[in-house]
Design a protein around this ligand. Structure first.
Ligand SMILES: NC(=O)c1ccc[n+]([C@@H]2O[C@H](COP(=O)([O-])OP(=O)(O)OC[C@H]3O[C@@H](n4cnc5c(N)ncnc54)[C@H](O)[C@@H]3O)[C@@H](O)[C@H]2O)c1
Length: 401
């Protein structure tokens, strides 16, 4: 139920493992795209599965063993991380989810395991969802750790499966059913815990990634100001996989982005306020991300004052593999430059730059490494991956030669 950017690739993935799958989405646009077997966004492996899929669109889930629910829980656009963060913070919007659960419970006449995969903040299920359930529903919370663009490989090959449930003194049928289901998909371990802890585990995972990126970008800024090379440091740290951490998300560049990480971090800064935590760590992380983006804006401003070259930001999406701009640090940078009244172009791709230009690389897109920048151009590269070019000054932030 909910065949959006998460629900549809998951439904197709489950079907590809031999299960019979039906699905429903409230949006007519989503349903007609599925009926026409077209996918309006980039998602590894999904178009091929959709083309060959027997997925049936039906609202009647009676008789199903398991119903997965992937309904949106959006944050106000002001809290997505593409703009400066407002002083006031807020929770996610649960109205779509509440409506979906209410409709589902009313229509369901046979016993079923209802598996919620949407992201919610700690305490939400107790407060908003449980009061809506009936005795026909075996409720399980099972949020996924997947990235947009790689939903299918991430779903079929996760690090672990997080399951939240609240039955205390008997073995819950819903859990057993879900565990057997997952054994048809992969053999990865389960982390089973009370729902409230699972809610926190889900957002802790996302915000942990944001924390790593803020940390390496701090090292990048030190190296830029102190004449060092941040890649030497991060490449060494990446080898400390025993006592430190995995090498993923440990290369310096732009801030964390996408539809999940910044918004979860900002939402957790709201929870920190609500719980009157002794220190709002999540606020620190998001303000650090904003200040680090200002640091990059200052470098652009300085170079522009020195040269008066026209400015182009290359890259709008939050990562190269997608065209999604939600929570993109490149858009945040553009908003900060706008605030300062600077004129610039902001493009996802263009291999036709005529005049000498001050170019900032906002997304680590492989295609930019093949661009021939005009003589006299300056390229500011926070990722340190654009190759040398005759007649072009490449400034690799925090990577002094
Ligand atoms: N997209 C991701 O990579 C990702 C990753 C992890 C977690 N999540 C979480 O999963 C949830 C869904 O995210 P998404 O990106 O798929 O959102 P989405 O907006 O792409 O999809 C949600 C879908 O649910 C449908 N819907 C809304 N109300 C409905 C109803 N009453 N009945 C049936 N369908 C209904 C919408 O029309 C929409 O197509 C969110 O909580 C999100 O935070 C998403």
């Amino acid at each position: 139920m909910g065949l959006g950017k998460l629900g549809l690739p998951v439904a197709l993935s489950v079907e590809s493992k031999g299960h019979q799958v039906i699905g429903w989405d409230a949006s007519e646009v989503v349903r007609s795209n599925i009926a026409a077997r077209t996918l309006p966004y980039k998602e590894v492996g999904a178009q091929e599965l959709l083309t060959n899929s027997k997925l049936e669109l039906s609202y009647d889930f009676n008789g199903c063993d398991i119903v997965f629910m992937a309904i949106q829980t959006p944050h106000d656009p002001a809290f997505e991380g593409s703009t400066r963060i407002p002083k006031e913070r807020a929770d996610f919007d649960y109205s779509y989810l509440i409506r979906a659960v209410t409709e589902f419970v009313q229509a369901q006449t046979t016993p079923v395991t209802l598996v919620l995969i949407s992201t919610v903040l700690p305490g939400t299920i107790e407060r908003e969802i449980k009061p809506l359930l009936s005795d026909k529903i075996n409720f399980v919370y099972n949020p996924f750790f997947i990235a947009m663009g790689t939903v299918i490989p991430d779903f079929t090959n996760p690090e672990f499966v997080l399951i939240g449930h609240d039955t205390h003194d008997h073995i819950d049928e819903g859990i057993q059913k879900l565990k057997s289901f997952y054994r048809t998909i992969h053999d990865k371990p389960f982390a089973i815990m009370p729902i409230r802890d699972a809610e926190l585990t889900k957002v802790a995972y996302n915000t942990f990634i944001g924390m790593k990126i803020v940390f390496v970008n701090t090292l990048m800024e030190i190296c830029h100001k102190n004449v060092g090379n941040v890649d030497n440091i991060t490449n060494a740290l990446k080898q400390a996989t025993d006592r430190l951490i995995s090498p993923k998300y440990l290369s310096a560049g732009m801030g964390d982005g996408g539809g999940c990480h910044p918004r979860d971090n900002i939402a957790m800064s709201y929870i920190a306020g609500l719980l009157e935590l002794s220190h709002n760590f999540f606020d620190d992380l998001m303000m650090a991300r904003e200040h680090q983006t200002e640091f990059l804006a200052n470098i652009i401003m300085q170079k522009w004052r020195d040269t008066q070259l026209p400015i182009l930001i290359l890259g709008r999406s939050f990562k190269a593999e997608t065209n999604i701009e939600t929570g993109s640090p490149a858009i945040l940078l553009a908003n900060i430059l706008d605030e300062r009244g600077l004129k610039f172009e902001h493009l996802q791709e263009t291999d036709f730059i005529k005049e000498p230009t001050l170019i900032f690389i906002g997304t680590k897109n492989e295609v930019y490494t093949h661009y021939n920048f005009p003589n006299g151009s300056i390229v500011i590269d926070p990722f340190g991956y654009i190759p040398e070019q005759d007649g072009v000054e490449i400034i690799r932030i925090g990577r002094t030669k």
